[in-house]
Ligand binder design. Structure first.
Ligand SMILES: Nc1ncnc2c1ncn2[C@@H]1O[C@H](COP(=O)(O)OP(=O)(O)OP(=O)(O)O)[C@@H](O)[C@H]1O
Ligand code: SF4
Ligand SMILES: [Mg+2]
Length: 322
């Protein structure tokens, strides 16, 4: 277990408002070892960001219920006090969102903002020390040191997102969560940034969770994948195993709806139907209305079946009471 950075067990996240509850993450179980890069993939609304925000405890406590456990370096994130979380967040545990670049102030130079951010955890750091550290990170994300003295409005969207990634790394986090961090960028810039992320995490001995709706992002930048549907992890395993032989009908559908990674020209198929209403509780398999392999037994909740090499599949096709 020494190698485990994050261990998530029976993790549930429910949004609660005056009129209804939304069961956004249900019974999630996974663990990440040091050096892993776990892709969390699924359609829009499947609960990916909710999972990340809940792990970081960034969701408002008033309107969310979180249960289960999420041990990060031996401490349960679900139970930590706000004071303890502050020590971890943006330091040991960092995050980049799709819109992270928008949180840079347009009226201050990058340098000034980086100094302020770094001094939250390192109040005595000198300007020279911070500059040296950040310019090294700029190089890792393929930006010139000139950027350090510029204002955000002088940079393109792709450059700004690279700056956001560099900022997220300033405290040398153990775990970085990237939530659709490259989605808004053009395909070439996205590909370059992914290559840089993979290179720099080796240099920095970092572990990563990559949230995306795009299977090709997982294929090019992750070693493990969790496929989420309607708040549930349907399939989990090493990317090489899952992409070679997807088992869950939803994973198969998701893969058929993305261009072939080997460049073969095949007609893309979308998965018919819509995500279910997450404010309802379902007795059987939540994917059944869209599943072409559905059977009578699927009216019962499918168990999580453990396969070899750490793989799990939540589907009656692979065992249980059939
Ligand atoms: N504050 C909220 N209150 C109630 N329901 C919410 C709230 N935020 C999100 N949801 C619901 O929770 C579910 C999961 O949303 P989430 O944003 O986690 O999905 P996602 O997989 O990140 O989607 P996307 O790919 O579009 O970013 C959705 O049904 C969404 O409508
Ligand atoms: S449990 Fe049944 S309905 Fe659900 S994915 Fe498997 S075969 Fe399809
Ligand atoms: Mg999201």
């Amino acid at each position: 277990m020494d190698n485990v950075i994050l261990d998530v067990r029976n993790f549930n996240v429910t949004y609660v408002n005056k009129y209804k509850k939304v069961y956004a993450v249900k019974d999630a179980n996974f663990s990440i070892n040091r050096g892993d890069s776990l892709g969390i993939v699924g359609e829009s609304g499947s609960g990916k960001s909710t999972m990340a925000m809940a792990l970081l405890r960034l969701l408002p406590e008033k309107s969310t219920e979180i249960s289960g456990s999420a041990y990060f370096l031996g401490k349960d994130l679900v139970k930590l006090s706000e004071e303890e979380l502050k020590k971890l967040r943006w330091k040991e545990l960092s995050v980049v969102f799709q819109k992270s670049m928008n949180s840079l102030s347009p009226v201050h130079r990058i340098r000034t903002q980086v100094e302020d951010i770094y001094r939250v955890h390192n109040p005595k750091a000198t300007r020279e020390e911070i500059a040296e550290r950040f310019i090294h990170l700029l190089k890792l994300v393929n930006l010139s040191d000139r950027v350090y003295n510029l204002y955000p409005h002088e940079l393109s969207g792709g450059m700004l997102q690279r700056v956001s990634i560099a900022i997220s790394l300033i405290n040398n986090p153990k775990l970085l969560i990237m939530d659709e961090a490259t989605t808004a960028l053009d395909v070439v810039t996205q590909g370059q940034i992914l290559d840089e992320v993979v290179k720099m995490e080796k240099e920095m001995d970092m572990t990563r969770i990559m949230i995306t709706h795009d299977m090709s992002v997982v294929a090019t930048s992750c070693n493990k994948v969790a496929v989420m549907y309607a708040g549930e992890i349907m399939e989990l395993g090493y990317v090489k195993d899952v992409l070679k032989k997807p088992m869950h009908p939803y994973t198969k559908g998701l893969m058929a709806s993305f261009p072939s990674l080997k460049g073969k020209k095949e007609k893309l198929q979308s998965i018919g139907g819509f995500l279910p209403d997450l404010s309802k509780k379902y007795e059987g398999c939540i994917f059944a209305p869209r599943c072409s392999s559905a059977m009578d037994i699927c009216q019962k909740k499918p168990p999580v079946i453990e396969m070899e090499n750490g793989r799990t599949v939540r589907c009656h096709l692979y065992g249980g009471e059939r």
